[in-house]
Design a protein around this ligand. Structure first.
Ligand SMILES: Cc1ncc(COP(=O)(O)OP(=O)(O)O)c(N)n1
Ligand SMILES: Cc1nc(C(=O)O)sc1CCOP(=O)(O)O
Ligand SMILES: [Mg+2]
Length: 716
């Protein structure tokens, strides 16, 4: 089987500590681990079987599960219904031939190998006996005291070059080896301590995953129908995938004869051939995400479900194409029943309101009720649901991302774009989401980015002049604007570029002891109050700077936005005083006369110099990090990325942390990003450069501001 070995977690009960193996695995898989090996030398076979059952529930098909050494336990666990995908065997363990025979052709069988003699023995095995090799140690490691001599990266490179099978690097592998080992030919990294002993296995796994995939386009498979007019179906999917930075592939479920005016016919090829297409792709290519669109009938859906059961791609986005814009049901009742089974394989479902009504079994009465229905659906099937409000009447076209299992909900507001070119919008959005999720973006970021791209593509659709009916969107509008006659980037490109430009600053903020201690509740009261007093001082002058942005804005929409933000900022300052900087909180009158710390002064000096010496565009770029970095941090704190305690109502600063994840602030941030990115996209290169510089400098000040409370501050 062509398994995704990119990030391979081998468990160690001692290193997992009090968190336990199951919870460690759950978190690591959330972060992107693709294969888990249960390795517990001390446990009895019966205990291993129990652990495999528990792990198979925790993993729930999101990664492969294999067991170290214990072939018989793997067989017994399967008999108890556990989903055990295979075994890893060493040179002195059970025979790989026996393992293959016992576990079947789809099992994942790994074998340890680290010498030319081992390679020779592998070559002598019948083809298909072993799937991959575990090759190490790369460096000496305490985790396996009896380890073989270290190969180093160069030794691994030579071994992998001579191997007929994919090689996973193991032994002393840390995150900083990621690029070197990938470049040396590793099919993946197998780690024990780097993940089991990590404070936050989810975060650590996500870092590994980001670094492993850096620079490579994610491989996205669309399983959908064909639209020969190119606006919807696989044709739209492939364009969306490419436009969002992925490598697109397509397996066709049905052929339609259609154009921008309507569908004239549908032909569903035999499902044997659908299966052949699916297997041809997955036997050869590791998939980073699958997007599923039109599934013509029950048999097609069953075929896709059976394939997903075996392949289990890391990201599955399902656009449940069930109801035509006309309101006609596109699937018969049997197929609708099968589709419900498919929902459980999805990570994200993207129904329009009519499809949500069918899936939820009731017609939502209004937008809040649609969100409630999506909440029920998300809880029921264990997947995120993106509710799309495009079919709502009125000037607004909101979307909402509902993640009931993790208790998260996020709304995305947006004025409706008036255009006839909406053909294929759903296909295009879901493919863009699959691509962005496969790149490692978290779901809210993926939705925000995909929406920004889609809005731009919708705006430019009519310029394509394709067809007499409901025309397509312009998938490459952004790219063409950049690479064609017009060399300016699009707003979506600016947004992505600028966020990338400050990635080192963002990582440094995440790693600050202040942020860590704030999240885990160990931050002492004195630095916390110091921070709040500085924040209050900052907000007072930040409000003045925002008011200057309102004064300079050239549209009333932007003027109102910045004026509102100035108001919000000063209200925030007053609330800080009322809630925290009071005698009842142990803060004396001295706080009110607290003097700005050097970091505060420096940050405000920068903002003032841009506000009163630069231009409007530079100014709004300078104020943006305060919106963006806080919202991002707030969302991740609230999502538990820095530990679950940050969301606990018993956290000593719970009420204050809650303000970080405020939905209205998040929405304001979205709009601020849109204004700044749009202005930057339209600006001449010289001005765009100044804007980016102002943005970067403010981001660096944010870092210093967060660092200050634990860097020997004067007592307030
Ligand atoms: C992926 C991977 N590679 C190598 C090993 C080592 O297996 P083995 O040689 O059998 O040694 P033990 O793990 O049994 O001590 C592995 N476990 N995983
Ligand atoms: C289980 C195992 N097998 C090895 C081999 O070389 O075969 S090295 C190893 C332990 C790797 O642990 P860590 O990631 O903590 O160094
Ligand atoms: Mg072994």
């Amino acid at each position: 089987m062509n398994a995704d070995l990119s990030l391979y977690l081998v468990t160690d009960p001692a290193l997992c500590g009090a968190r336990g193996v199951v919870e460690t695995v759950r978190q690591a898989v959330d972060g992107g681990v693709r294969i888990v090996q249960l390795r517990d030398k001390a446990a009895t076979d019966a205990e291993i079987v129990d652990q495999l059952v528990d792990l198979s529930h925790a993993i729930d098909g999101r990664a492969l599960l294999v067991v170290n050494d214990r072939l018989d336990a793997a067989i017994a666990a399967r008999e108890r219904g556990a989903r055990v995908d295979g075994v890893h065997l060493g040179q002195g363990d059970a025979s790989v031939l026996r393992a293959r025979e016992a576990l079947g052709p789809d099992a994942v069988i790994g074998l340890t190998a680290n010498s030319p003699a081992h390679l020779e023995a592998v070559l002598a095995l019948p083809p298909g006996t072993v799937d991959h090799l575990g090759v190490g140690v790369i460096r000496p490691t305490l985790t396996k005291p009896d380890h073989p001599p270290a190969l180093g990266i160069e030794g691994f490179r030579a071994f992998a070059a001579a191997s007929p099978l994919p090689c996973v690097a193991i032994g002393g592998v840390g995150i900083d080896d990621t690029e070197a080992l990938r470049e040396a030919g590793a099919a993946g990294l197998a780690v024990v301590s780097a993940l089991c002993a990590a404070d936050d296995p989810r975060r650590e796994a996500a870092q590994f995953r980001r670094r492993w995939h850096a620079g490579a386009a994610p491989r996205i498979l669309s399983i959908a129908g064909s639209d020969p007019s190119g606006g919807a179906g696989i044709q739209a999917d492939l364009k969306s995938i490419a436009a969002n930075g992925g490598y697109g592939m397509a397996v066709i479920t049905a052929l339609t004869a259609q154009n921008t005016e309507g569908v004239r016919g549908v032909h569903v090829p035999p499902t044997d051939f659908l299966q052949a297409q699916l297997e041809a792709v997955s036997d050869d290519i590791t998939l980073d995400a699958v997007k599923i669109g039109m599934l013509a009938d029950a048999e097609v859906i069953r075929t896709v479900v059976a394939w997903l059961d075996v392949v289990r791609p890391p990201v599955v986005v399902l656009d449940p194409v069930m109801v035509a814009t006309s309101g006609d049901r596109l699937l018969d009742p049997e197929a609708e029943g099968e589709l419900r089974r498919l929902l459980r394989h999805a990570d994200l479902i993207t129904p329009n309101l009519a499809e949500l009504a069918v899936l939820a079994g009731r017609v939502p009465t209004d937008w809040p009720d649609a969100l409630a229905a999506a909440e029920e659906l998300s809880a029921d099937v264990g997947a995120m649901v993106l509710v799309k409000g495009g079919h709502l009447p009125g000037d607004e076209a909101p979307d909402a991302l509902i993640d009931a299992p993790r208790g998260r909900r996020q709304e995305f507001a947006g004025a409706r774009i008036t255009t006839r070119n909406t053909h294929g919008t759903g296909c295009s959005l879901s493919s863009a989401l699959a691509t962005r999720l496969a790149k490692g973006e978290d779901a809210p970021t993926a939705v925000a980015g995909a929406r920004a791209w889609l809005r731009e593509s919708l705006r430019e659709g009519e310029a394509l002049r394709v067809g007499r009916g409901q025309g397509p969107i312009s998938h490459f509008a952004g790219l063409w604007a950049r690479g064609g006659l017009d060399t300016r980037p699009t707003a979506a490109v600016v947004e992505a570029d600028w966020w990338r430009q400050i990635s080192a600053t963002r990582t440094a903020i995440d790693e600050l002891p202040f942020i860590r201690a704030l999240a885990d509740g160990t931050l002492a009261r004195e630095p916390f109050l110091f921070y709040l007093a500085q924040d209050a001082l900052y907000l007072r002058d930040y409000a003045r700077v925002l008011a200057e942005a309102a004064r300079l804005a050239s549209t009333s929409e932007e003027q109102a936005f910045w004026a509102n933000s100035a108001h919000g900022s000063i209200v925030g300052e007053l609330e800080l005083h009322a809630a925290w900087l009071t005698p009842s909180q142990g803060v004396g009158a001295a706080t009110f006369s607290a003097r700005p710390a050097p970091a505060t002064t420096a940050y405000l000096d920068h903002l003032r110099s841009v506000a009163f010496g630069g231009d409007y565009e530079e100014l709004i770029a300078a104020v943006l990090p305060c919106f963006w970095l806080y919202t991002d941090l707030g969302r991740r704190l609230h999502a538990g990325e820095f530990g679950a305690y940050a969301r606990d109502p018993r956290h000593p600063y719970a009420s204050w942390l809650a303000t970080y994840a405020d939905a209205a602030f998040e929405e304001a941030t979205r709009r601020a990003i849109e204004f700044v990115a749009t202005a930057a996209a339209a600006a001449e290169p010289e001005k765009r450069g100044r804007m980016l510089r102002a943005f970067e400098v403010s981001s660096a000040h944010e870092l210093a501001f967060f660092a200050a409370p634990l860097e020997g501050h004067p007592v307030v």
